[in-house]
Design a protein around this ligand. Structure first.
Ligand SMILES: Nc1ncnc2c1ncn2[C@@H]1O[C@H](COP(=O)(O)OP(=O)(O)O)[C@@H](O)[C@H]1O
Ligand SMILES: [Mg+2]
Length: 104
């Protein structure tokens, strides 16, 4: 586990095609708020911005997740590049969650 947020939890994962480490953010199953956050981030990610300070979205969808043998049910998820410690603070952590003036 990379970290826990209001709407989702970030997990460390490996991209099977490239072997790169990535982050899978699994959204919490708390209805409207988490769904809205997912949609906003999905739209932000779908713009395919190429910028050093914007995370690239690698994939997204809805899937059954099992955590420590416990089924979590169906959850939305978004896969992004991994923010490694040290770099993390230079990056906009969450492309949908930070407005430009705040990021400066
Ligand atoms: N790309 C990433 N690389 C590394 N850790 C991440 C990444 N995305 C999210 N995390 C971790 O997961 C936590 C929750 O993700 P975040 O996007 O902040 O969720 P929320 O929208 O619920 O605030 C973050 O605080 C961070 O620790
Ligand atoms: Mg957060």
């Amino acid at each position: 586990m990379l970290g826990d947020g209001q709407f989702g939890t970030g997990y460390l994962a490996s991209d099977q095609k490239t072997g790169n480490s990535v982050c899978v953010k699994v959204f919490k199953d708390t209805g409207a708020q988490a769904d809205k956050s997912f949609k906003i981030e999905l739209e932000a990610g779908a713009q395919n911005l190429e910028h050093a300070n914007v995370l690239r979205m690698l994939g997204a969808g809805r899937n059954e997740f099992v955590l420590e043998s416990k089924p979590m049910g169906e959850r939305f998820f978004i896969v992004t590049e991994l923010c490694e410690k040290g770099e993390l603070f230079d990056f906009v952590q969450d492309a949908g969650g930070l407005k430009e003036p705040m990021a400066r």
